[in-house]
Design a protein around this ligand. Structure first.
Ligand code: CP
Ligand code: NVA
Length: 298
């Protein structure tokens, strides 16, 4: 039994296994003899909105032979102040695994410790490991190995998605450049913890030169809504548009974890021109998370 709480703590060998098995699960999606979750019931416990993560986990768990139910954290006693560790001990005696989307990273770590069942991070304020594993899977599928390549993240460089990219870069040996205003760059402490080749700059034009991937995420992450007006102003220049694409390598992938806000972090025409890549990225959440579930119960 294993937990996926962060990319920071996930060994390279496990990343490689998850990505390898995801390719098989994608190719052989209709095979009915792979049911590693047969007889199991999994809880999806979410404190924030979700389309892709919720649907891909619900479908994925069922395709692997298990059953899943969704709990909005506000609908259960957790929302009225019952401690995480008590919620975890109750669920741990009833269900076989948990997929959790919440705010504090510490809450998911506490849940895993007290529930003693496989626990998967479906996004916290700190990390979004399932997303970045699916993104790397998508890159490999479309362009081959990611080692030695240049991934450029543009926008809010201090949120969960770039942070998981930071930990992936050091482990998988690619260069990560983060183009963000100073205020939205990752902390020196995170960069030190990760190691690897990571460049942070507020110069978007310089960062985008020769990129293999241009990647972005929303300017206003869930939980940061009160900062929306300031973020719109400070991040206004950090958009993927035609001008930025011309600086990247020809054939560079444009990726977005979604949901996308056109005219903000990405230009409408650029989004639609790259929709095939972006929605393949979304679909791959399903295949990669099935692989994560299979890994977690083995
Ligand atoms: N990218 C992503 O995690 O999407 P959802 O918030 O819709 O799950
Ligand atoms: N950084 C975004 C990711 C959404 C999938 C957020 O946390 O809202």
């Amino acid at each position: 039994m294993k937990n996926l709480l962060s990319l920071e703590k996930l060994p390279v060998a496990d990343i490689e296994k998850i990505l390898r098995d995801a390719a098989v699960l994608k190719r052989e999606r209709t095979r009915v003899d792979r049911k590693p979750l047969a007889g199991q019931t999994w809880a999806l416990l979410f404190s924030k909105s979700s389309t892709r993560t919720r649907v891909s986990f619900e479908v994925g768990i069922r395709e692997l032979g298990g059953d899943a139910f969704f709990l909005n954290a506000n609908d259960i006693q957790l929302g009225r102040g019952e401690p995480i560790k008590d919620t975890a001990r109750v669920l741990g005696r009833m269900v076989h695994g948990a997929v959790i989307r919440t705010y504090a990273q510490n809450d998911i770590e506490e849940f895993a410790e007290f529930s003693k069942i496989p626990t998967i991070n479906a996004l916290t304020d700190d990390e979004h490991p399932c997303q970045i594993l699916a993104d790397i899977f998508t890159f490999k599928e479309l362009r081959g190995p990611i080692a030695g390549k240049v991934v450029v993240f543009i926008g809010d460089g201090a949120c969960n998605v770039p942070r998981s990219w930071i930990f992936a870069a050091a482990k998988l040996n690619f260069e990560l450049r983060i183009a963000a205003p100073k205020k939205f760059q990752p902390s020196a402490q995170i960069l030190k913890r990760a190691g690897g080749k990571i460049i942070c700059t507020d110069n978007l034009e310089k960062a985008a030169q020769g990129a293999d991937v241009l990647y972005t995420d929303v300017w206003v992450s869930m939980g940061k809504e009160s900062e929306a007006a300031e973020r719109m102003k400070v991040l206004a220049k950090y958009q993927i548009n035609e001008k930025v694409i011309h600086l990247a390598k020809s054939g560079a992938l444009v990726m977005h974890c979604l949901p996308a806000y056109r005219g903000k972090e990405i230009d409408e025409d650029v989004f639609e021109a790259n929709a095939e890549t972006i929605f393949t990225q979304a679909e791959n959440r399903l295949h990669v998370q099935k692989s994560i579930l299979n890994w977690a119960v083995s």
